[in-house]
Design a protein around this ligand. Structure first.
Ligand SMILES: C[S@@+](CC[C@H](N)C(=O)[O-])C[C@H]1O[C@@H](n2cnc3c(N)ncnc32)[C@H](O)[C@@H]1O
Length: 246
């Protein structure tokens, strides 16, 4: 059997073996769920909703499509998809964290399913458009995840994965580390008075810092059999990975 293609190495300060990662990540998001929207809103200067809507429209999301939002979290991507589609009727939201799903259910009348990207509980060829926002670092195996994405998409279906990526240049990297590694977690604790919310944002940085480079993500998408595999980035930091099931 081939080794798993993990998005980042084991983080011993957080969990001790690869097998312990899913339970650790789940606990982190369950505990941080009620703070997530507030923290993400000010942390990204309230740009998140319009960006999530703009990018989905730009990659071809249209009314009538059946959408799967993997790692839906509190529903930030799916809410914007529903605006484009005109309703949430054809949207399925999937996430392993019951805390995050509970927050998402308050916002939209989509179908909610508890599950993981690596083992999607859906039949083959069920969706036209698959999204994943800021969660790729949390899966156990990139190739297995992308193989699942390809399986559940219909021929011609598109995948769109959004991520924040550490800049390649030294100055960008320094500023990025300063903001995401120090300022953002500290302000999170100050504003929320929650150690759990702080941990969630500190882990955000740790996984970004250790994440495989964009070329490895693209290679994993290719090897899962996707075509038109691309990465577009805004300022080298906001990555949009897209591909098509031929
Ligand atoms: C940073 S939040 C992103 C939420 C939302 N997509 C957004 O755009 O803000 C990451 C989400 O990934 C979920 N997650 C963690 N491991 C996962 C996995 N293996 N498969 C699917 N989702 C996962 C977490 O529960 C959490 O809700």
């Amino acid at each position: 059997m081939l080794d798993a293609m993990t998005p980042h190495p084991t983080l011993p300060g957080r969990y001790t073996s690869p097998e312990a990662k899913p339970a650790f990540v789940n606990r982190l998001f369950d505990r941080g769920a009620r703070h997530y929207d507030g923290v993400v809103n000010w942390g990204f200067l309230h740009s998140g909703s319009s960006y999530r809507r703009w990018v989905q429209r730009r990659y071809g999301l249209r009314p009538g499509m059946h959408v799967l939002d993997v790692a839906c979290g509190t529903g930030l991507v799916a809410v914007e998809a529903a605006r484009i589609l005109g309703s949430a009727e054809t949207i399925t939201c999937l996430d392993p964290s019951s805390g995050m799903l509970e927050e998402a259910r308050k916002k939209l009348a989509a179908r909610f399913v508890q599950g993981r990207a690596e083992e999607l509980p859906f039949p083959d060829a069920s969706f036209d458009f698959l999204t994943m926002g800021y969660a790729l670092r949390h899966v156990m195996d990139l190739e297995q995840t992308f193989a699942e994405y390809r399986r559940v998409l219909r021929p011609g279906g598109k995948v769109l994965i959004l991520e924040v990526t550490k800049p390649a240049g030294p100055i960008g990297r320094f500023l990025f580390r300063l903001y995401f590694g120090r300022i953002y977690p500290a302000l999170t604790q100050l504003f929320t008075r929650s150690r759990e919310a702080r941990d969630m944002m500190a882990y955000y940085w740790e996984t970004m810092d250790q994440c495989v480079p964009p070329a490895a993500v693209l290679a994993a998408m290719q090897s899962a059999g996707f075509t038109a595999v691309k990465r577009n980035s805004i300022g080298g930091m906001f990555s949009e990975y897209s591909a098509v099931k031929a």
